[in-house]
Each structure stands twice: as structure tokens, then as C-alpha cells.
Design a protein around this ligand. Structure first.
Ligand SMILES: [Zn+2]
Length: 230
């Protein structure tokens, strides 16, 4: 039967492709592990004992970007990535990552890194419905709405997109700084939160100036009555 032939042909192609893919990534992994242990002989023995990263990296899932751009060794960076590097208050994954990184791992730096040409930001500037993704990107539409006048004044679409990327980083830095574990760590002076943006056309990151969160006091919570002063 032609239909079965087609099916068999597709299955066989798929399994051949899968086999090739697995072989390829195993070979690449083997070469990488050898290269890493040659350059850093103590690395894997140290990582086998546990992790003590000093950075929490919050970035976009985009394949062109990632914590690899700061060129630190495995074990140095705790990572959280999602579409458009959003840190919504009600997102259990984001909150859990921040709590574990700040309270248990006691990272000293949190980097929120957006990137130019972000597809999530482009979608949030458009009107096309993308299904379930629409719900996630509403957090980015909140940023767009908050800065609608500034964004509307930018006529070049690419510049408008990249400005939204920057404004989103600032908004997410503020969100992170308002999260309970971070508020505590900031009070103790043991953590810093940075906003950065990655340029996919050059591979370089640059720090963004993050203005003071004028609403910071409205989000302050204290765990005991003694500290309840506001
Ligand atoms: Zn992105």
C-alpha cells in the first residue's frame, strides 16, 4: 500500500536522522568534555562536589543568546531563561529560581539580560495572536503599554523594537528587586541586580542604566512586625 510505504519511508528516515543526531551530539559532547578537562584539570572534580555559582543569569530562550557570552566555566552561573526574559510575580518557576539562587546558593550578582531583535518583544508590538504564548507575552505588553508614548514616538520599527527590549529589561530588574528573597538580600547588602542587553549582531553585551524604582516602597514586605515601619 502506498500509504504504508510512505509511512515506512518516513519512519526510516526519521530513525536514521535521529541516530545521526545522537551520534553527532555524543561526539561533540565527548570532544567538549575532553577540551574542558584539558584546559581546566580540576573543573569536573570540583563540580562533582557541588555547586557554588556567584551569578544568577536571567535571559531569553532565543538560540542566539545565553550565559555562554560571559565565558564562565560550568559551576559559575545559575541560569533561568524563558521567552523574552520575563520575571512575572506569579510565575512559580521564576520565583523558585530566585529564591533558591539567593537564599540557598547565595549568589552575589543577578544579571537580567535581554537582547536586541527579540522575537518575543516583536510579537508584543504586533497584533497577531500566537495562542498560549499570548498570555505569557501580556507581561511584555504591560511594559509596552506603560511606555506607549515613548515607543510611538520612535518611527523606525527596529529602533522601536530594541527600545522595548531595553524597557523590558528595566521592568524585569525592578520585578526581581521587589521579590522577597532579593529584598532581604539587598537589605543585607549582599547582592546586586544588573540590567544588560546583548547585541546578536556583535556578540557583545552592554550594561543598561536602570533608573531608581520609584514604586519600590510600595512593594516592601517585612517578615516580622518589628520591621513594619512603612
Ligand atoms: Zn528573545
Amino acid at each position: 500500500m502506498p500509504a504504508d510505504d510512505d509511512h515506512e519511508s518516513h519512519s526510516s528516515e526519521a530513525s536514521s536522522d535521529d541516530g545521526h543526531f545522537v551520534q553527532e551530539i555524543l561526539a561533540r559532547n565527548d570532544a567538549w568534555a575532553t577540551r574542558m578537562s584539558t584546559a581546566n584539570p580540576a573543573l569536573f572534580a570540583r563540580n562533582a562536589k557541588g555547586q557554588s555559582p556567584h551569578v544568577l543569569w536571567i535571559g531569553c530562550s532565543d538560540s542566539r543568546v545565553g550565559e555562554f557570552c560571559i565565558d564562565l566555566l560550568p559551576g559559575s552561573v545559575f541560569v533561568h531563561r524563558n521567552i523574552a526574559n520575563l520575571m512575572p510575580y506569579g510565575d512559580l518557576s521564576s520565583l523558585s529560581v530566585v529564591q533558591f539562587a539567593v537564599e540557598t546558593l547565595r549568589v552575589r550578582h543577578i544579571v537580567v539580560c535581554g537582547h536586541y531583535d527579540c522575537g518575543g518583544a516583536a510579537a508584543a508590538l504586533g497584533t497577531k495572536s500566537l495562542g498560549v504564548l499570548d498570555h505569557w507575552l501580556k507581561h511584555l505588553r504591560d511594559v509596552r503599554a506603560e511606555h506607549k508614548d515613548e515607543l510611538a514616538a520612535i518611527k523606525d520599527p527596529k529602533s522601536r523594537l530594541n527600545r522595548l527590549v531595553e524597557l523590558n529589561v528595566v521592568a524585569q530588574v525592578h520585578h526581581v528587586r521587589r521579590m522577597g528573597p532579593v529584598v532581604e538580600a539587598l537589605k543585607q547588602g549582599r547582592i546586586s541586580v544588573y540590567g544588560m542587553v546583548y547585541d546578536v549582531s556583535s556578540g557583545h553585551i552592554k550594561p543598561l542604566e536602570v533608573p531608581q524604582d520609584t514604586n519600590e516602597l510600595d512593594y516592601l514586605l517585612y517578615s516580622d512586625d518589628e520591621d513594619f515601619k512603612h
